[in-house]
Design a protein around this ligand. Structure first.
Ligand code: ADP
Length: 537
């Protein structure tokens, strides 16, 4: 017997309309190229409807694609809704990928229209010779700032908006229909597309934004540091209208002084981003003696946040870190650490160090190399698998790349241990683990230990071949400005923190480590550096 509830489809257009109706006056503050715009959910919705109707009039509809190559502004936010609202799919191309990979993702998807902004114009011009299908470039800028460019088929975004109908009614599409397409950042080979449905996207935003996740409400103001092109901007474009939180969109700029100024002047409460950004803000506050206004929590994801950073934010500024694990393939967060306010600082930090528990709607397990379950005892490492309502079941147009087990779990390529209460401890990416004499050494745990030395700014561990042990760890360190570190000093420091057999066989110091397009350490590049002798063992 079926229940008698109405069949209310979970669509992104309803998220926007919910925001417009309930939180219509809540601000969306946008800083684009030479332009600061204060808008609201009512205005964003009216303009998204105009955009949707104008795009629909060109014949775009279900199964159609358009692309964006843009930073976080109000226009990019409108585009998310305008395109998906009419049942079409938005491919958010990542301007931080190497140009050949950006072109690959656009050509692979194959569409006519690419939305760009003034900060990606030069990039789009340089990509033009390698774009196979794009014939029209819509520049997301006010008319007064429209540039002279050799790009073909140029259209001002504001003309599209003007041509549209603000009273346009969104069509009801299948909630399982594709809405957004995001490619992996290619750190593990050719970028592969994760194709997100309306349903998966809405459920992920509902669950990750709720109590044991981001804990969002209409009292929040979110600084949208993660690019909208990376895992749907960690769901921030949906969090705003869904929870009535103010959105602060910093455009292309990500320098510390600017972010700090926005935090204070816009009353930001919630600060998401990779740790590098928040380390910078912390350093800025320490140097200038400034505070952080209403900021009360950080969201760190994509990589393990340094403990010293979480400690400093908590003890010196009362800012908690909510630490999550996720992948492009899991839309955004899958698990999140939650430290209840009754915990003392030390206990809270211990909780924040973990990757936390799965949010309702997705599940985790660990297995051995044969697929047999590994005990949830908090110690035994296993291959992490995940399944759930916003977990990808395959890659876009790549049936040749399978990552799903016969019983429906996605293989993540990560190694983890899980506590009896289901708390996740991510140990490493499988390929970053150092396999010494048949035992695993976690490169992440070694890096974390190295980072506890106050003179260390950044640390990376990669495996080097060894005749007896097969692999041994090699630690590469960037020292804090003005600090001179020695191999001996690092050894002594690590000896107090990790088992003896984990101690790196070699330690080197460099000025800078390589980073990928999302700000994470690019260990594949570092491994090449080591092979090429650019970093000496
Ligand atoms: P890419 O795979 O291209 O780097 P993703 O954003 O999809 O881009 O990266 C997902 C991977 O990042 C995970 O499989 C995991 O290895 C790592 N990761 C994500 N969150 C965390 C975290 N909280 N702690 C440690 N590693 C993490």
């Amino acid at each position: 017997m079926l229940g008698l509830n109405q069949d209310f489809p979970l669509l992104l257009s309803s998220v926007l309309e919910h925001g417009a109706l309930n939180y219509g006056a809540v601000a969306v503050v946008s800083h684009g190229h030479d332009e600061a715009v204060r808008s609201s959910y009512a205005e964003v919705a009216a303009r998204a409807r105009r955009l949707g109707s104008a795009l629909a009039a060109t014949g775009l509809g279900p199964d159609g694609f358009v692309g964006s190559l843009a930073w976080n502004t109000h226009r990019h936010l409108e585009l998310f809704y305008g395109v998906t609202g009419i049942g079409a799919v938005l491919h958010t191309a990542n301007p931080r990928l190497p140009p050949a990979q950006i072109a690959y993702t656009i050509n692979f998807t194959g569409y006519r229209t690419l939305f760009i902004d003034l900060d990606t114009l030069a990039l789009a011009e340089s990509l033009l010779p390698s774009l196979e299908t794009v014939e029209q470039f819509v520049i997301m800028a006010p008319r007064a700032l429209m540039p002279a460019t050799a790009l073909p088929g140029v259209l001002c975004y504001e003309d599209l908006i003007d041509a549209g109908d603000p009273g346009f009614a969104w069509p009801v599409v299948d909630e399982r229909a594709a809405a957004l397409l995001c490619f992996t950042s290619g750190t593990t080979g050719v970028p592969k597309g994760a194709l997100y449905s309306h349903r998966g996207t809405v459920l992920s935003a509902l669950s990750t934004g709720g109590g044991n996740g981001w804990g969002l409400s209409a009292d929040d103001a979110i600084l949208a540091v993660p690019g909208f092109f990376h895992c749907n901007g960690w769901a921030i474009p949906f969090f705003g209208p869904m929870y009535g939180a103010k959105l602060v969109l910093p455009g292309r700029r990500a320098d510390t002084e600017w972010l700090h100024a926005l935090i204070v002047t816009e009353g930001v409460t919630a600060g998401p981003g990779v740790p590098t950004i928040w380390l910078g803000v912390l350093e800025h506050c320490r140097q200038t003696g400034q505070r952080l206004g209403r900021l009360n929590r950080l969201y760190s994801g994509g990589t393990a946040p340094p403990i010293a950073m979480m400690e400093a934010y908590l003890r010196d500024y009362g800012v908690r870190t909510i630490h999550g694990w996720g992948m492009t393939e899991t839309t955004s967060g899958s698990t999140m650490s939650f430290a209840p306010s009754c915990l003392g600082d030390d206990e809270a930090i211990a909780a924040m160090r973990t990757q936390g528990k799965p949010l309702f709607g997705n599940e985790i397990r660990i297995v051995d190399e044969r697929g047999a379950p590994v005990p949830r005892d908090g110690k035994t490492p296993g291959l992490l698998q995940v399944r759930g309502a916003w977990v990808s079941g395959g890659y876009f147009r790549r049936p040749d790349v399978a990552f799903q087990t016969a019983d429906g779990w996605m293989e993540t390529g990560d190694i983890a241990a899980i506590d009896p209460d289901n708390t996740l401890h991510l140990l490493d990416r499988a390929k970053d683990m150092v396999k010494s004499g048949g035992e695993w050494i976690s490169s992440q745990a070694l890096e974390e230990a190295a980072l506890r030395h106050p003179g260390v700014m950044e640390a990376a561990v990669v495996a080097i071949p060894h005749p007896k042990w097969q692999e041994r760890p090699f630690l590469v360190v960037v020292a804090q400005a003005g600090v001179v570190l020695t191999v001996e000093e690092m050894r002594l420091h690590l000896a107090g923190l990790v088992p003896k057999w984990w101690l790196p066989d070699a330690i080197a110091f460099v000025e800078e480590l390589p980073h990928g397009p999302t700000g994470k350490l690019a260990k594949n590049v570092l491994r090449d550096w080591v092979k090429e002798g650019r970093v000496g063992v």
